[in-house]
Every structure is written in C-alpha cells, then in structure tokens.
Write a protein that binds this ligand. Structure first.
Ligand code: GYE
Length: 306
C-alpha cells in the first residue's frame, strides 16, 4: 500500500523520543505478549515509553490519549478497543501535531489522515483461512453444525474474523451456523459461552470457531466438563497460536490454530524512529502468518516466544 505523510513528527532536538502507548487491556495471552514486546522493544531502542492500560474501557483509552497530548509526547500508539468512536480524539492529536500509529487493531473513520500508520494482521484473511481449512479437511457431504465464539464486539479482529469465515462457509452448504455468541477474548467468557452453547444445543454441536485461543481454551474446559472430547467429538478452531494453544493442539484438543503475531514491538519502534527521521511510513504494515495443526504444533512449540 502507498506511503503517505500523515502528521509528521516534530523535531525533538536530540532528546530521546517519547512514545505514549495506550494498551487496550490484559484480556489474553496474545495481549500480554504484545505488551511485553512493546515494553522491551522501547527499552532496547532507547525510546522513552509512557505506558498505560485501559483494561477494556474505551473512555479510559480516550482519556489516556488526551493525557499524552497534554504531556506533549512525540508520538502516540494505541490498540483501539473498537473500530469506531475515535474521530474526535484523533482530531485532537492531529491538531496538536502529534502523529498516531494504530497498533494491532484498525479503526474506521471517514478521514484516514487522522492517523499515520497501522500495523497488525489481516483479520479477515485469518477468518478465511480458518474456514478454507475446514472446507478442505471435511470430506463427504454430511452436515456440520458450527458454533462461533466472537471476540470483543465492535473490535477489528472480531469483525474481520467473523466476516472472513462467513464469506467462505456461506458458499458451502455442509456447514450450518447453529449459533454465534458475543464474547470478549477471555478464557472465562469462552468457557461460559461454551457452557451456554452446550445447554442450548448439546450434542448437535460439531465445530467451534473461537476468535482467539483463550476463548478456545475456556471452551475446551466446558466441553470436557460436559463429558465430550474436545478435538474429537467437537472440533475446535482458534486464532493467535500462543504457546498454551499450541500445547492443546499438540495433544489433539484443538484441531487448527491460525497464527496472529503479537510481537509488534520492534516494528513499532522502527516506525517511530523512521517518523523521527522524517521518513514517510507505509499506511499499512501487515504481518505474514502461518497456521498450525496438531503435527506442526509439536515442531513449533520449541521456538514459540509467546
Ligand atoms: O487475537 C486476541 C486479543 O487484537 C489481534 O486481541 C488482537 C486480538 C487477539 O485479545 O487474543
């Protein structure tokens, strides 16, 4: 995608660059790894990091961005909880001459000059790849009932992962959508929603598509407590590929995990330094990612950093 100026960084006269980072929460293994990656990359690159965590409150996240503006940081990065609701605060950052980098989640705003760059994954493609694997893996034409455990409603990963998955499966009449529940990317919610799904649909459920590993790991617990074998009687697919999920995958309790890389710290610091050097950033920096099955999970476990 095309490079474009966005808001340039003001000259900082040789002082260390000050980066304000408003993290969205601590909901998942992915998120913890992402936070650690940003904190350690800032340290390694000599960038002064002002770190705040909104713990899933969009209002707090907005307030944090405002406080970064008041403190006149050189650049702001944040992982927007939802896609919408950012126009005003992004406008304030632009008016103050502070560039903003969207880290991991995208926003929807009519004016895309409100931010300088986005870095993260193609969530819709993750959903598509999960569904494509299913379409190929399942043979014959018997029907399968699918339950979906969605991530935080209105968030870019929940929207993209749902859309991509639907896009592919709607073309295959073997897959019937039994239910789709709104979750929040946590293990506790994944377990609670799976308990609800089992109460409502019991043994009709053939496949669970969880928008992240933590919810899938919660679902595994619920399925076992119900007396069914996850990965066998009920197939489970998830996204992220954290170490905990690869472990479950390697012992056959999960069937497929689509990778989503949280280690965005080094890339973020590079972007910050490029901005300081007056370079234009690509508007969109997308991470390339794989996919794991029980066999490949065993191999990958050895080098997994998150
Ligand atoms: O997949 C999930 C986390 O925004 C890509 O947020 C991120 C998602 C990730 O809570 O585990």
């Amino acid at each position: 995608t095309a490079a474009r100026a966005g808001t340039p960084m003001k000259p900082n006269d040789g002082r260390p660059i000050r980066l304000g980072f408003a993290q969205v929460g601590t909901e998942s293994g992915w998120r913890i790894a992402n936070t650690n990656s940003v904190v350690s990359a800032a340290r390694n690159e000599g960038i002064e990091l002002l770190y705040e965590n909104a713990e899933q409150s969009q209002e707090r996240q907005i307030e944090m961005i405002r406080s970064f503006i008041r403190r006149k940081v050189d650049v702001i990065a944040f992982s927007p909880k939802t896609e919408s609701g950012w126009d005003e605060v992004l406008g304030e950052a632009r008016a103050a001459g502070i560039p903003v980098i969207l880290s991991d989640r995208e926003v929807k705003a009519a004016d895309d000059t409100l931010w300088t760059a986005y870095m993260g994954s193609d969530f819709r493609d993750e959903g598509r790849r999960a569904a494509n694997w299913l379409v190929q893996e399942v043979s014959g034409d018997r029907g399968y009932n699918v339950v979906e455990l969605q991530g935080t409603s209105g968030s870019a990963p929940a929207i993209g992962r749902k859309r991509g998955f639907d896009e592919v499966l709607s073309g295959d009449r073997r897959f019937h959508r039994l239910a789709s529940y709104e979750g929040d990317f946590t293990k506790a919610k994944g377990r609670a929603l799976m308990e609800q799904a089992l109460r409502e649909h019991g043994r009709e459920i053939g496949i669970v598509y969880a928008h992240n590993d933590d919810m899938a790991l919660g679902a595994i617990e619920a399925i076992e407590a119900y007396g069914l074998r996850p990965g066998k009687e009920i197939w489970i697919i998830s996204v992220d590929a954290t170490r905990a999920a690869l472990k479950a995958l390697s012992i056959g309790k999960l069937n497929l995990v689509v990778e989503c890389n949280p280690l965005l710290g080094p890339q973020l610091m590079k972007a910050v330094k490029d901005l300081a050097a007056g370079k234009e950033l690509p508007m969109k920096i997308v991470t390339a990612e794989g996919m794991f099955t029980p066999q490949s999970a065993k191999v990958e476990l050895g080098n997994r950093e998150f």
